[in-house]
Design a protein around this ligand. Structure first.
Ligand SMILES: *[C@@H]1O[C@H](CO)[C@@H](O)[C@H](O)[C@H]1NC(C)=O
Ligand SMILES: *[C@@H]1O[C@H](CO)[C@@H](O)[C@H](O)[C@H]1NC(C)=O
Ligand SMILES: *[C@@H]1O[C@H](CO)[C@@H](O)[C@H](O)[C@H]1NC(C)=O
Ligand SMILES: *[C@@H]1O[C@H](CO)[C@@H](O)[C@H](O)[C@H]1NC(C)=O
Ligand SMILES: [Zn+2]
Length: 578
């Protein structure tokens, strides 16, 4: 029986115990889980095959979640001990769980905008192209712009589209349809007229107005010539960009993506960048109103580095659990698709074309040194072997100038590498932010443009990069390719382009765990988010994906999984309708 004295004393005992135990808990956090200070799980995920991407415990069958983070992961009995009043259960029935995927390179709002526009990715003949545009024109008000893209003339034998293909079905609407790689686009005659693109116009520097034999523009505009038409298209409204974020987020979640690294929008002109207004008008707005569904890490144009330094000085890198300020991005070359990726040797079919260096190297060096001095992470687009070599050398000289630190320089795409370049990535643990699914579209054109041997020598060097200690991070470059990590993973494992019987450069194939790593933990390291996401480890966010599949061996052999549900911070964000 309790007497009065004990009742008064009890709280004092608890108080003094916590004074004693608090420092002990800080030193030995696992002691917190003792019964009487036990934290009850909100959610127990049990009875599955959980791949953690954490080498201290690669597989588990159960995990406990509390307040959106992983409280414990391991075997059923250790996790069951955290059940209590109100704990919910997910019985996986043997299904595979993997960490939420991180897509290391997207143009998120462009993707979301494009979802509501003309989608020409599926056009594999001229007739299909015309049919898709015709269907879109039907629903449009007179005078409004028909916008879209995703076409690839390689899908129908290479013939470039012309305004005459679509003029008679789009008489009342100006049209702009960009090629899949964003380096050229097709305008109809009405759009050319609005933009003042006539026979007499000169090619702008860094661009081409494609003309027929009579000198008349065909409707096709390349690189900086696209600006002529793009500058006439009204800017997308705030409301449209907000809707684009929602569409993009829902699609990403459906594909198991819980974090994206956003490099911004395709902008009027040839620039691709994250405008600061998108941070305030779209991302912060969505955050304030509780509308963020996936985590985003944002890279801003390098020339605005000072602004990012100032903002991080005020807020830190983490604006909330949803928005991280990543770093700064710039370009060194163009793309393979438009023969503007920069190579040491000329393009096979164009003996005078080595590609385009789009930014002066001294300017790049200057802004990289400055950004790096203020601890910003730097990412630079490089596709051709020479662009990659140039940036690797530049990064080396920045390290020499600013000194050693954990800076995780990034190269976006790292598509074609000269012998020895993969090793250079490894020396400074440089992030190779690659897009496996580009390989599916590129294999044939790389062989055509570079020649069989050169293409074979250094394209999509995933295994070499991994072996060299580079940080290999997978992304999609959505909307250039579909946002679909399970597809990237399969592609990296097999390297079989459509219509091919065998793989392309099979020595560069990687295993399922390696490919999963590149889509999770390595991708998290690649943007300094590995304290919060990237693996299913105690203390990290409970971002995970449940697959339909229950055989790890089957998954590891064939690489093709399918998504049943996606959880962000322990909450179900997508579930497949069965
Ligand atoms: C665990 O899943 C298997 C299917 O893989 C099922 O047969 C079994 O009943 C489940 N166990 C529990 C405790 O629910
Ligand atoms: C970069 O260029 C600016 C302007 O020319 C100059 O003031 C600055 O010192 C340069 N920074 C570095 C790191 O070289
Ligand atoms: C996956 O990444 C972790 C952490 O970097 C590493 O310890 C592990 O060896 C990797 N697994 C494979 C198969 O590469
Ligand atoms: C995974 O499950 C999906 C849907 O049930 C199925 O189509 C696919 O073939 C499975 N993958 C493997 C490797 O068994
Ligand atoms: Zn991109």
């Amino acid at each position: 029986m309790l007497n009065m004295k004990m009742m008064v004393a009890a709280p004092l005992v608890v108080l003094s115990l916590s004074i004693v135990l608090f420092p002990i808990f800080n030193t030995y956090p696992f002691l917190r889980n003792w019964g009487w200070t036990r934290q009850v799980a909100d959610l127990l995920v049990i009875n599955g095959t959980i791949y953690t991407s954490d080498s201290s415990l690669p597989f588990a069958d159960s995990m406990a979640v509390r307040n959106g983070r992983i409280l414990r992961i391991g075997d059923y009995s250790s996790v069951q001990a955290l059940a209590g009043y109100g704990t919910e259960y997910i019985n996986l029935q043997g299904r595979i769980v993997v960490p939420g995927f991180i897509d290391s390179h997207v143009h998120f709002l462009s993707g979301g905008l494009q979802m509501a526009r003309v989608e020409l990715r599926k056009a594999n003949t001229k007739e299909k192209f015309v049919e898709i545009v015709k269907a879109a024109a039907k629903n449009m008000e007179h005078g409004s712009w028909i916008l879209g893209g995703g076409w690839n003339n390689d899908f129908w034998g290479g013939e470039l589209p012309m305004a005459t293909w679509i003029d008679d079905i789009t008489e009342n609407n100006p049209v702009w349809l960009s090629r899949m790689d964003g380096h050229m686009g097709l305008a109809n005659s009405l759009a050319l007229e609005i933009a003042g693109v006539t026979k007499n116009i000169e090619d702008p520097i860094g661009g081409t107005v494609v003309r027929n034999t009579g000198g008349e523009p065909t409707g096709l505009l390349i690189d900086s010539a696209m600006k002529l038409v793009l500058s006439c298209i009204p800017e997308v409204s705030k409301d449209d960009r907000r809707k684009a974020l929602e569409r993009a987020s829902n699609l990403a979640l459906m594909r198991g993506v819980t974090t994206v690294v956003d490099f911004g929008r395709y902008f009027p002109g040839t620039s691709v960048e994250l405008p600061w207004e998108d941070l305030t008008d779209v991302y912060r707005w969505a955050d304030i109103y509780g509308k963020m569904k996936i985590r985003v890490c944002l890279f801003f144009p390098m020339r605005t580095w000072q602004r990012l330094v100032d903002l991080i000085g005020q807020t830190g890198r983490k604006l909330s659990q949803w928005i991280y300020l990543g770093g700064v991005k710039d370009f060194s070359d163009g793309s393979l698709g438009s023969s503007s990726a920069l190579f040491y040797k000329a393009y096979a079919e164009e003996p005078h074309n080595y590609g385009l260096q789009v930014t002066n190297i001294d300017d790049l060096l200057n802004s990289t040194i400055s950004s790096d001095k203020f601890n910003l992470q730097v990412a630079i687009h490089a596709i051709g072997d020479r662009a990659n070599g140039m940036i690797l050398d530049m990064y080396t000289s920045v390290v020499a100038t600013n000194g050693m630190r954990d800076r995780r320089f990034r190269i976006e795409h790292a598509q074609h590498l000269a012998p020895g370049a993969a090793a250079k990535f490894g020396q400074h643990h440089i992030v190779a932010s690659v897009q496996p699914d580009h390989l599916l579209d590129d294999a044939e054109s790389a062989i055509k443009k570079l020649g069989l041997e050169r293409a074979q020598e250094g394209s999509y060097m995933f295994k070499s990069l991994l072996n060299s200690d580079a940080v290999l991070a997978f992304g999609s470059d959505w909307p250039v390719a579909d946002i679909n990590p399970l597809s990237s993973i399969k592609t990296a494992m097999e390297r079989i382009p459509p219509g091919w019987e065998n793989g392309w450069i099979t020595t560069e194939r990687i295993s399922l765990p390696e490919a999963l790593n590149a889509s999770t933990i390595l991708a998290a390291k690649a943007c300094f988010l590995d304290k919060d996401v990237g693996s299913l480890s105690t203390g990290k966010m409970a971002d995970f994906v449940v697959l339909m599949n229950d055989s790890w061996e089957g998954f590891a052999e064939h690489g093709y999984g399918s998504i049943a549900a996606t959880y962000v911070g322990g909450r179900q964000a997508y579930i497949r309708n069965i």
